[in-house]
Design a protein around this ligand. Structure first.
Ligand code: FAD
Length: 460
């Protein structure tokens, strides 16, 4: 056995989950990351800080909406310094907690950048670590078009945007994906006039249009502008502003913003750490190819999380961590997820899992779609949030739940029932006959399922 039986590179949701499970299974684990505390992108500059800010944005929205219901808190005032401190405290608590959990499990942590020497050795600083098995969990970073000014000034990446250095009067978000829309939602709530530019003909490309519609309608009111079928032809950063040229089929147009957020996607961290010293060859998008056990072309090396492709989401990374560690432990295991939930934490939220209606069409799967508009939900009415929709994609003959989509307040929490239904192969009747608490938004899942049989109480 080598000096280091299991080495994990990267302590994000993939890497730390793998380290903790391996330690719980009695393995000797070394976890390497350039950052001091575990957590990776998700905890330091991704999921956790963005959701902390989005919660504040939600409160601001609710405080404003409450005026319609006879409750006037006045216009919310933002103390930016206190807000930043709160966000940083949440991050520090979470990442500090992970460091403690690593210590309790006797996971050896090394701070530094790991570089492969060969398929059984890594270099970190001056030290060479020989290993039996290695899990690569190096994650991803923002894609940055080469022709545009580097991040750091008024043109920001998501990490800079999360700092909330100020509340720009006018913010341009380039990219109508989930990161751009979430950060746009935060800045709009704080008082910025937000514009979004999206190259394709709709926000959240690839997501079910039935789900995107209520969000797009809401954002059309919350944002200054949504430019679809539009490209950014040029960006020029000045001391106090950014000059932008927007281009559509009809021609070009100049505009000026205080800040710009570039959110055009993320690319895998698969370069610059010696993978060429191994037999691993990247795919055409730079991801590390893996098999069902998450093993790479090298017997000794596994890859999980964003760097291994597929859904670039924290819970997918954590699930892959389990598969890779079980495979290393010699357990019978493989990646077999039917449903990876995805959530956009905008207002309203959008969440989905399993097969979408469009995918069913593409794959020629015969399905029935059961929809429940939230206007018919007592809970949605009482919350003043009737814009939502719950949608089940059901196998036509059997009624088996193949996919679930939800747009509406709290959709991210509600989708978990959908994931369970898809994973367990539930049929609509299972969902319809399970008694759901009243009045809750979860009833929208039950009633969608009831409508498959032609009789949902609150819709006809
Ligand atoms: P990462 O979290 O990217 O961690 C990789 C780690 O590896 C880093 O700490 C890095 O320092 C380290 N590393 C890289 N190379 C080396 C090396 N050579 N040596 C040593 N260390 C190295 N996902 C969700 O599921 N839900 C969300 O709500 C969500 N919101 C997001 C919001 C934002 C703004 C962003 C940017 C991302 C968000 N994501 C969200 C995506 C999520 O953060 C990633 O999918 C997740 O972090 C991927 O985990 P990972 O373990 O693959 O790697």
């Amino acid at each position: 056995m080598a000096e280091h039986p299991l080495v994990i590179i990267g302590a994000g949701p993939g890497g730390y989950a793998a380290a903790f499970l391996a330690a719980d299974k009695g393995m000797d684990v070394t976890l390497i990351d350039e950052q001091d505390n575990p957590g990776g992108v998700c905890l330091h500059v991704g999921c956790i800080p963005s959701k902390t800010l989005l919660h504040i944005a939600k409160l601001i929205g609710e405080a404003r909406q409450a005026k319609e219901w006879g409750l006037d808190f006045g216009e919310p005032r933002v103390d930016l310094e206190a807000l930043r401190q709160w966000k940083n405290k949440v991050v520090e608590q979470m990442t500090g907690g992970l460091a403690q959990l690593a210590k309790q499990r006797k996971v050896k942590r090394i701070q530094g950048r790991a570089v492969f020497q060969d398929a059984h050795a890594l270099k970190v600083g001056d030290d060479v670590l020989r290993f039996d098995h290695c899990i690569i969990a190096t994650g991803s970073r923002p894609t940055w078009p080469q022709t545009f000014p580097k991040p750091g000034g008024r043109v920001m990446d998501s990490t800079a945007a999360l700092e909330i250095a100020d509340i720009p009067e006018r913010l341009l978000v380039i990219g109508g994906g989930y990161i751009g829309l979430e950060m746009g939602t935060v800045y709009a709530a704080l008082g910025s006039r937000v514009s979004v530019v999206e190259m394709t003909d709709g926000l959240l490309p690839g997501v079910d249009r039935d789900l995107v519609r209520p969000l797009q309608r809401k954002l059309a009111g919350d944002f200054e502008a949504i430019h679809l079928n539009t490209k950014v032809a040029s960006l020029t950063e000045n001391k106090n502003s950014v000059e932008v040229t927007l281009e559509t089929d009809d021609g070009k147009r100049e505009d000026t913003f205080d800040r710009v957020l570039m959110a055009v996607g993320r690319r895998p961290n698969s370069d610059g750490f010696g993978l060429d010293a191994t037999q691993i060859e990247l795919d055409s998008h730079g991801f590390i190819p893996v098999n069902a056990q998450r093993r790479t072309a090298e017997q000794s090396i596994y890859a999980i999380g964003d760097v291994a492709g597929g859904a670039m989401l924290a819970h997918k990374a954590a699930h892959e961590a389990r598969v890779a560690v079980e495979a290393i432990a010699g357990d019978k295991t493989k990646w077999d997820a039917r449903a990876i939930p995805a959530v956009v934490f905008t207002d309203p939220e959008i969440a989905w899992c399993g097969l979408t209606e469009a995918e069913a069409k593409e794959k020629d799967v015969s399905v029935t779609v059961a929809k429940f508009p939230w206007g018919a939900s007592g809970r949605a009415q009482s919350l003043g949030r009737v814009e939502g929709v719950t949608k089940l994609v059901l196998e036509k003959e059997s009624g088996r739940v193949l996919g679930v989509g939800i747009a509406g307040a709290g959709a991210g929490e509600l989708i978990a029932e959908g994931v369970l239904a898809v994973e367990m192969g539930a049929v609509a009747e299972d969902v319809a006959r399970a008694i759901h608490p009243h009045p809750t938004l979860s009833e929208t899942l039950m009633e969608s399922a009831e409508s498959f049989y032609g009789s949902a109480t609150h819709i006809h």
